[in-house]
Design a protein around this ligand. Structure first.
Ligand code: AMP
Ligand code: FES
Ligand code: ZN
Length: 308
């Protein structure tokens, strides 16, 4: 297969775009495309300070790398959850994230659950019994809380995560299967700042997981290959496999599924009803972060419970 731009040997075939590219052209094309989506979706400007949530996986490291190449002011945030039983998932992903930051002289914030809150995530989930046997729902809650706290306390304009098209399509599939209206209304690559919640953006929302894997490989970025041990057998993994089967038969399925959803929303298909369905937020008296919970936020309640 030939590179569509220069006619040289293609290293990646992207049937969804009906093109193959050589290494140099692919490494130029991906950041350029991301820049286009950042502008089109009005995610942020070069003057704004970005906090990138970096997990040590390929997507968020590639995102940080590309923002850096494009000249944005982007610092990293790594949240050490203490998932280290069996495989050293957290310590290895932290090591790789720190290695990446140090090699490029980038600024990285590290939140450590055990050091900062006296408890690791698996223990916290067990003790508060959120989620029967998997800590994933507590994990999501902790990550959202900590990302917003660091973004706000350090004055960042925007919080960026490494969700790619495969992640977004799987989430959309799940929300559609359940006709989860509230989530469908809110699923978007840009969520505006509101009531103490930082603006959130997903600059990789148009890129296939396969493209991100090729990017990190070609750039020589070392990342953690293993998935979180708790992700195994999750419904989101099953949805990704299903969508991959469809994609294989009909290239472009995932990108059409997601981008057509966005255009349908723009045309008013999922217009916000006049009655308020987004819950009102108030400030948690303990941590000062916005919450829709009764008084004290769920995070602080969870922490109180384990500290009792
Ligand atoms: P996941 O929910 O694991 O699919 O991750 C989605 C995105 O959340 C990643 O691309 C990162 O931007 C962010 N993220 C996940 N885990 C962490 C972590 N431990 N520390 C910082 N950011 C994270
Ligand atoms: Fe949070 Fe797996 S990364 S439970
Ligand atoms: Zn709180």
């Amino acid at each position: 297969m030939k590179c569509k731009k220069c006619g040289g040997k293609a290293v990646i075939n992207m049937p969804q775009h009906n093109m193959g590219l050589c290494k140099d052209d692919f490494l130029q094309w991906l950041p350029e495309q991301m820049q286009k989506h950042i502008k089109k979706q009005k995610m942020f400007t070069p003057e704004e300070k970005i906090l990138v949530a970096v997990s040590g996986g390929k997507d968020s490291l590639a995102l940080w790398d590309m923002l850096n190449i494009l000249g944005y002011q982007a610092d990293g945030l790594y949240i050490a959850l203490g998932i280290d039983e069996g495989i050293s998932y957290s310590s290895e992903s932290q090591r790789l994230t720190e290695k990446f930051a140090n090699a490029r002289g980038l600024n990285l914030h590290v939140v450590n659950m055990t050091a900062d809150y006296g408890i690791d995530l698996p223990t916290l989930a067990k003790e508060t019994r959120r989620g029967r046997d998997k800590p994933c729902s507590s994990c999501g809650l902790v990550k959202r809380h900590e990302m917003n706290r660091i973004a706000r306390d350090f004055g960042y304009d925007v919080l960026a995560t490494g969700h790619n098209l495969d992640d977004e399509a799987a989430t959309l599939f799940s929300n559609t299967l359940q006709w989860n209206g509230d989530y469908l209304i809110r699923q978007h690559p840009v969520l505006a700042e509101r009531d103490g919640l930082a603006r959130k953006v997903k600059p990789l929302f148009r890129f296939y997981e396969k493209e991100m894997a090729a990017y990190t490989l070609l750039r020589g970025i070392e990342y953690i290959y293993d998935e979180c041990p708790f992700a195994e057998g999750s419904t989101s993994t099953q949805y990704k496999e299903l969508l991959n089967q469809l994609e294989h038969e009909h290239p472009g399925t995932k990108i059409h599924f997601f981008t057509k959803f966005l255009s349908a929303k723009k045309k008013g298909l999922f217009a916000e009803p006049t009655t308020k369905i987004v819950p009102e937020l108030h400030i948690c008296p303990k941590c000062g972060q916005p919450t829709s919970a009764h008084e004290i936020c769920t995070f602080c309640r969870m922490m109180d419970r384990v500290n009792q």
